[in-house]
Design a protein around this ligand. Structure first.
Ligand code: SF4
Ligand code: SF4
Length: 278
């Protein structure tokens, strides 16, 4: 069972749900795919037993061999190559490392070189396996690091993926292939706005999903009305409570100090599994 935890908006408590659920289940892999700002490890302090750099291939043009025919620039769908009569310019921040320009170049003037963009870290805390990626500062492409994190998925385990916030490529890459997605939201107009967008994305991807309302009791009822109207199951409500907020501010997963929540997260997982048909 691969379960992703997403939210359209940052700061809704997505990581809190991912971590507390992982701590409530057995034989779990928790993968933090929010590679621009991973924070699962800040709550779990895993012992890291493997660390490796993540590289992507980027094109290098040998001007000696290039006749400025322009084929590479025409091919590149990402406008990462500009060919002028004098020079070929490669914009690495736009390159998606597809390797196509190398293939189409008739003069074999393009070769690939490895460019480091981040780090993959694997470790554990108790019997919980933790994997996360860190994108290097200034690097624009999160997706290759996320792919590297997801390569560590072991299909015989329960896998929980903590997605980045938003609905852009890194989120799509994270939730792709999930059996179920838990959407964490808060009962505010901002929460509802971003929930609507994320629901649209998951419907397009045909991934079954349900909602967790965090900080329940804080705002209004519009999130509930929307879920009812769209027939979206609300799987759990986490109340806006001082003790939960205090534990979070100390970096302590609240189910560790409030064990009654472990059962609630187990029920949440069981419900998700049922809805996923697993
Ligand atoms: S395809 Fe090759 S030869 Fe043509 S402009 Fe690009 S690098 Fe130069
Ligand atoms: S590797 Fe692909 S994305 Fe990058 S410059 Fe070449 S064609 Fe464009």
């Amino acid at each position: 069972m691969i379960l992703s935890i997403a939210s359209g908006k940052g700061g809704t408590g997505k990581t809190t749900v991912a971590v507390n659920m992982a701590l409530s289940l057995k034989d779990v892999q928790l993968l933090d795919c929010d590679v621009e700002e991973p924070n699962v490890h800040l709550l779990l302090h895993p012992n890291i037993n493997e660390e490796k750099s993540v590289y992507v291939s980027t094109p290098q043009v040998d001007e000696e061999l290039c006749d400025h025919c322009g084929k590479c620039g025409e091919f590149c769908q990402y406008n990462a190559i500009l060919v002028s009569s004098e020079k070929v310019l490669v914009f690495l921040e736009l390159c998606h490392s597809c390797g196509g320009c190398v293939i189409v170049c008739p003069g074999k003037a393009i070769s690939e070189e490895q460019h480091r963009i981040g780090t993959l870290k694997c470790g554990s805390t108790g019997d919980l396996e933790v994997v996360y990626g860190e994108l290097d500062v200034g690097e624009p492409m999160a997706v290759p690091v996320i792919r590297e994190v997801k390569r560590r998925i072991e299909s015989d385990k329960t896998v929980i993926l903590d997605s980045p916030p938003g609905t852009s490529c890194p989120v799509i890459e994270t939730v792709k292939g999930s059996d179920f997605c838990v959407l964490v939201t808060e009962p505010t107009p901002f929460g509802l706005h971003d929930l609507r967008i994320t629901v649209q994305v998951l419907e397009d991807m045909e991934i079954p999903f349900g909602v967790v309302v965090n900080r329940a009791g804080l705002g209004d009822k519009k999130v509930y009305e929307y879920c009812e109207e769209k027939n979206i199951p609300i799987l759990l409500e986490i109340p806006y409570r001082r003790k939960i907020a205090e534990l979070y501010s100390k970096g302590i997963p609240f189910s560790s100090e409030m064990p009654e929540w472990k059962e609630k997260f187990q029920t949440l997982f069981d419900e998700a599994r049922k809805l996923a048909g697993k």
